[in-house]
Design a protein around this ligand. Sequence first.
Ligand code: OAD
Length: 229
Amino acid sequence: MKPLINKQKVVFFTGAGISAESGLETFRDSDGMWEKIDVMSVASTTGWQQNPGLVLDFFNQRRQKMLQAEPTAAHHAIAELQAKYDVVVITQNIDDLHERAGSRQVIHLHGSVLCGRSSVHADRLYPISEKGIQLGDLCEFGSQIRPNIVWFGESVQNMEEAKRHVIEAGTVVAIGTSLVVQPAAGLLRYARFHANKMLITLDVGSQVPFGFRWIRAKASECTHLIKSL
Ligand code: OAD
């Protein structure tokens, strides 16, 4: 049986668009990352096997850029809502802008740039030094450390926990995502019929999920909507 809806629980489901105004590129917009770089060469296990140095360079650069970026008004509005609600952020983003804005419950589906992991034991995580991850940085089992990021073809992290929160939520707000990457985007299908459901993004690459009101605007232009939940 499904649990009762918890009106006090607000779930935000976020994607690259919420960090766009922090200066971080999205993936599928006309000037997005995947327009400039072959996604399979830097974000797949095949790419890693063929050229690990290229993959490490790519993520070391992205990590540097993410650490220099600052949270936007939208990240802050979400964190401020914790004063009124039990707020859970489910993010496809690998940056830490939600955490730096003050959000306490952040679930990363696609990993995080903040740490590396063993390339043979996915649960062994390692801090990354200033220099980033270099070829030759080994885990305790002697295998190369890689970014703790979910590549195409790999299992998404924390899905069951994320699904449980969406099913319970009285309000679900998706922000800054094209909703094309599965299984992450499919989580919104678990939002309840009677939940308050909103999508704030400039474009969608698939259908707007059933029952969601689409507000076609920048995330930072919608902070009043977030604050008035
Ligand atoms: P996309 O690049 O697919 O979509 C970004 C969305 O943000 C688009 O719908 C834009 O219209 C919207 N957008 C751009 N600027 C915005 C702004 N200022 N305010 C609000 N919306 C804005 O990014 P994601 O949906 O996050 O996965 O992509 C999902 C996954 O695809 C990523 O996590 C990544 C990528 O491949 C992995 O790397 C595993």
